[in-house]
Write a protein that binds this ligand. Structure first.
Ligand code: 3NM
Ligand code: MG
Length: 539
């Protein structure tokens, strides 16, 4: 009797790889340590092994899995799976075609399939519920485990596309596990972000090799993974991720600015050269401390300084390894990261670079102009139609739709800048859960607009948009007692109010530069948001 398909728990799926286990352990002892500490499914994966050795190992692990009542899957070798009476097989795109696999293994055994692209889901749906029972979705992140990798890492965003395809084709029977480069530092983020765009489906589990197989303490490693997978709340900023209503009061906003002045956050800028001096002065005007550092070896220390915050602006980019280290350091320290994907997809280089940044970090806030946010939301063609065919009002509704879509996808607060700024909260209170999704859709997200009328001179100075990034970073980093959404709204409103004030005082673009810093200084030292000339509305 094989393990009943409907009883399979995909949550923590251990795939073996002989040869990586540390001295003093065996493949068997590593698998047993996993099974004793929360592994719910085991796959034996042997790529260079004599059949006789595969069979011997298979029989031993078969007994072990039976003892712990956990199903056993065999990678690729259908003959071995049948010979040792495994509960299922796992095959890749270039292995035996699924209909033939099903013909051989019969209706009851589990069949798993490796899926690396959303397009592959169509085939799975055409075969229908009697063929593929689950898919391994990957490669998510780079891994040294898979020799000769044929796929480049897809990141959480690639996995979301696969989940979306399963929803599109209504493949409700098919379970999903993510695989590739998964470790405790990224698993909560992957589980949190990987939700289909209709909110109905999340991953059913995490599949991995080295985190357990190569561990000197496999029991301890499995326990850590189990706890993360059982978790329901991902905390990546000191601020609350719960906002009870759309709009902060003027008291909330005043309190946020005063708290920032008290805490004086360190704002590390990894930014473009044009923004260096202005961004540092804007940060200082807000009672915060700028540091313009791109030194990889110090990001760890900087991220541990109380109230440290990272602004990552991709206008001119630091070495990608520095960026990845900084993202890792600030995420590990649970300190906020604000991302400004400059020229998001204007060239292929920028697209790859920005997507890499997006796939390697969890952001507190993503801030972009309308074309950046529309591209991120994959709505830029619609935008062109909109510009041709419709009123400004229609345009704003498209921007709101795009802002919400990006916020939902990256589970972050998104700011889309323009004459009317749009801010949407996609953080879902930091909640995550296997399988279930969020239960809402992007259109349901809390969203506000901030309007102060046109300030055309903003476009006549350089780095004015980048410095909104500095302002957001200062406020989210310094205001730990308030929600992330409120802190971002306050930053956007403060910056707009200062822009308005400066535009009435300046003589031209040169003095506007100076007046803007003066106005930010004034509004954050003499705090009274009731006097700001901006309108914040729920939308
Ligand atoms: N399959 P680790 S990635 C076995 O992308 C395997 O289909 C992959 O190992 C795929 O957890 C992978 O050590 C290796 O990164 C995963
Ligand atoms: Mg294979």
């Amino acid at each position: 009797m094989v393990f009943p398909k409907d009883k399979v728990d995909y949550s923590l799926y251990l795939v073996t790889d002989s040869g990586m286990q540390p001295e003093g352990t065996t493949l068997y002892s590593q698998v047993e340590a996993g099974l004793q500490n929360g592994v719910t499914l085991v796959q034996i994966r042997e790529k260079d092994c004599e059949t006789i050795d595969f069979i011997k190992e298979g029989i031993a692990i078969r007994k072990l899995c039976t003892k712990y009542n956990v199903p056993l899957i065999i990678n690729d070798r259908i003959d071995v799976a049948l010979a040792i009476d495994a509960d299922g097989v796992h095959v890749g795109q270039e292995d035996m075609p699924i209909p033939l696999v099903r013909k051989i293994v019969g209706p009851d055994r589990i069949i798993g399939w490796s899926v690396g692209k959303a397009e592959e889901v169509k085939q799975l749906a055409e075969w229908g519920p009697d063929y593929v029972d689950y898919i391994g979705v990957g490669t998510i992140f780079p891994t040294l485990t898979k020799k000769n990798p044929k796929k480049s890492p897809m990141g959480p965003q690639g996995a979301i596309k696969v989940l979306d395809a399963l929803e599109t084709y209504n493949a409700t029977w098919c379970k999903t596990v993510a695989i590739g480069g998964l470790h405790p530092n990224n698993i909560p983020r992957v589980l949190y972000q990987c939700v289909s765009s209709n909110g109905k489906r999340a991953l059913d589990g995490i599949s991995l090799v080295s985190d357990i197989m190569a561990s000197k303490n496999a029991a301890g490693s499995a326990k850590i993974l189990r706890d993360l997978i059982n978790g329901t709340s991902f905390k990546y900023v000191p601020n609350s991720l719960v906002s009870t209503k759309n709009l902060p009061t003027t008291n909330d906003m005043a309190d946020i600015i005063k708290t920032v002045s008290k805490n004086r956050p360190l704002v590390q800028h990894i930014t473009n050269k044009v923004h260096y001096n202005f961004g540092a002065n804007v940060t200082l005007a807000l009672n915060s401390s700028p540091i313009m550092s791109e030194i990889e070896s110090e990001v760890g220390e900087l991220s541990l300084i109380p109230y440290a915050t990272l602004l990552l602006n991709t206008g001119t980019i630091a070495p990608i390894d520095t960026v990845k280290s900084a993202l890792r350091a600030y995420n590990d320290a649970k300190r906020p990261i604000v991302f400004d994907p400059v020229g998001y997809s204007s060239t292929t280089t920028r697209l790859v670079l920005n997507d890499t940044c997006l796939s390697f970090g969890q952001y507190a806030c993503v801030k972009g102009n309308s074309s950046e946010i529309l591209s991120l939301a994959n709505l830029s063609t619609e935008k062109m139609k909109g510009v041709d065919a419709s009123s400004d009002n229609m345009d704003l509704s498209l921007l709101i739709k795009a802002t919400k879509a990006v916020a939902f996808q990256f589970k972050t607060v998104v700011v889309c800048t323009g004459e009317t700024d749009v801010i949407a909260d996609g953080t879902n209170s930091g909640d995550y859960q296997l399988s279930k999704g969020t239960g809402n859709i992007p259109d349901d997200l809390m969203c506000v607009t901030v309007n102060g009328g046109p300030i055309p001179i903003m476009g006549d100075i350089t780095a004015s948009g980048c410095s909104l990034g500095s302002t957001i970073a200062s406020l989210v980093g310094g205001s730990d007692t308030h929600s992330l959404f409120y802190s971002v709204i306050t930053a956007v409103a403060l910056y707009k109010a200062a822009g308005k004030l400066a535009s009435t005082r300046c003589k031209g673009s040169g003095s506007f530069h100076v007046e803007l810093i003066d106005a930010l200084y004034e509004l954050s030292h003499n705090v009274d948001p009731t006097k700001w000339d901006v309108k914040i509305s729920a939308s």
